[in-house]
Design a protein around this ligand. Structure first.
Ligand code: BMA
Length: 371
């Protein structure tokens, strides 16, 4: 499989390099690209334009006060447009469940991801997977041997293999109206610079973390997954060295991401700005050296408790640290204070309209014109 993987990597690199010379490709050109390469070319065009795509987790499947309706979205109801990126979480697919850890059915997720692609939007996937040792959830991190067991214990490796294959099957099933696979972003083993997941910093060694990526990729390649851009996304770091300490390697990663949350409103803004500068700054520098994309893979202020957060905090941050897209986390319907985007009537909704109108931000409608 090494050979296939190397060929894929080389093809991706070629697409990346040829795209950097011209910011857009003709439709005829894009027919010869894999779905992943076409998505890479689009994101390169976005980056070259200096704009940033706004994204929201689980956007059209539930909002602050509703769940399961069709054709709804808290963002749509405020600005009349869908987010350009939708994030989805695959946690639970490895158990064979029909719904994910937040009760979103995988059938609906597939349909919404395909609809998002059809409207010109982009889909990203995270994976809060259970561990393959005792099936405890991602946050159960007392056992610091899980990753080592995946790599060294045949039985655990076989279970892990099956888990990754379940993700591969889902990603391979994302096809458009012509039966062609759609290009998506996958962001496995995220926030590994923290220690709150079983793949976290205190839960595995540097080498084992890198090997986890290599195993994941090997299995996905075996399954023929060729429609994925891979995103690496440390949580906040304080140095470029820390950002790259567990970087699995250029052959495994297309997007240098950063997950940085704001912890409270006014008081925490300075600290947030510094954390964004350190982490997204590290991502930018690493991406520039390696010819990769940059993305602000997760951010937000829980409860958006600062009415002008969008134009006074997030917008300046992404203008200072350009990235292809920025994703805010979900608007939970069953946890009243757990939301990261506004909803109609929320005190930051008007400010979000100004964020939407800013020439820097891209939502689905405008993104549809960037091909
Ligand atoms: C976390 C929280 C949880 C959720 C998980 C996966 O950040 O939002 O409530 O289950 O993400 O989406």
């Amino acid at each position: 499989m090494k050979a296939i993987y190397t060929m894929l990597a080389a093809a991706t690199m070629m697409a990346a390099y040829s795209c950097s010379g011209s910011s857009s490709r003709s439709a005829a050109d894009s027919d010869s690209l894999t779905a992943a390469q076409a998505l890479r070319a689009r994101l390169d065009s976005v980056s070259a334009s200096g704009k940033i795509i706004f994204g929201h987790d689980d956007d059209p499947v539930y909002g602050h006060t509703w769940v399961g309706d069709e054709g709804r979205s808290d963002i749509l109801e405020i600005v009349g447009d869908y987010p350009g990126v939708m994030n989805w979480d695959l946690g639970g697919i490895e158990l064979g469940d029909s719904v994910n850890l937040d009760s979103v059915s995988f059938g609906r997720m597939r349909a919404e991801a395909i609809a998002q692609d059809a409207r010109g939007g982009i889909n990203a996937f995270s994976w809060h997977s259970v561990n393959p040792v005792d099936s405890l959830n991602s946050w159960a991190c007392e056992d610091t041997t899980i990753v080592a067991q995946i790599l060294n214990d045949q039985t655990v490796m076989a279970r892990f293999d099956a888990q990754v294959r379940s993700v591969a099957r889902f990603l391979n099933s994302l096809t458009d109206a012509n039966g062609k696979k759609i290009g998506v972003i996958l962001r496995p083993w995220h926030e590994h610079t923290g220690s709150w997941f079983w793949w976290g910093e205190k839960q595995c060694t540097v080498d084992d973390y890198k090997a986890l990526w290599a195993q994941t990729r090997r299995i996905m390649d075996e399954e023929g997954v060729d429609n994925v851009l891979w995103a690496y996304s440390p949580d906040r770091v304080t140095s470029d060295e820390q950002y790259l300490e567990r970087y699995p390697g250029d052959e495994f990663v297309d997007i240098m991401g950063a997950d940085v949350y704001a912890y409270n409103a006014e008081k925490g803004v300075d600290q947030y700005r510094k954390a964004v500068a350190a982490t997204l700054g590290a991502a930018s520098r690493a991406a520039k050296e390696r010819g990769k994309l940059v993305a602000f893979t997760e951010t937000g202020l829980e409860g958006v408790t600062m009415p002008a957060w969008w134009t006074e905090v997030l917008l300046p941050a992404v203008k200072e640290w350009p990235a292809a897209y920025v994703v805010v986390w979900r608007n939970a319907h069953d946890k009243p204070g757990h939301f990261f985007a506004p909803y109609p009537g929320h005190e930051s909704a008007d400010n979000f309209k100004a964020f939407y109108s800013d020439s820097t931000t891209l939502f689905a409608r405008e993104l549809n014109n960037i091909r």
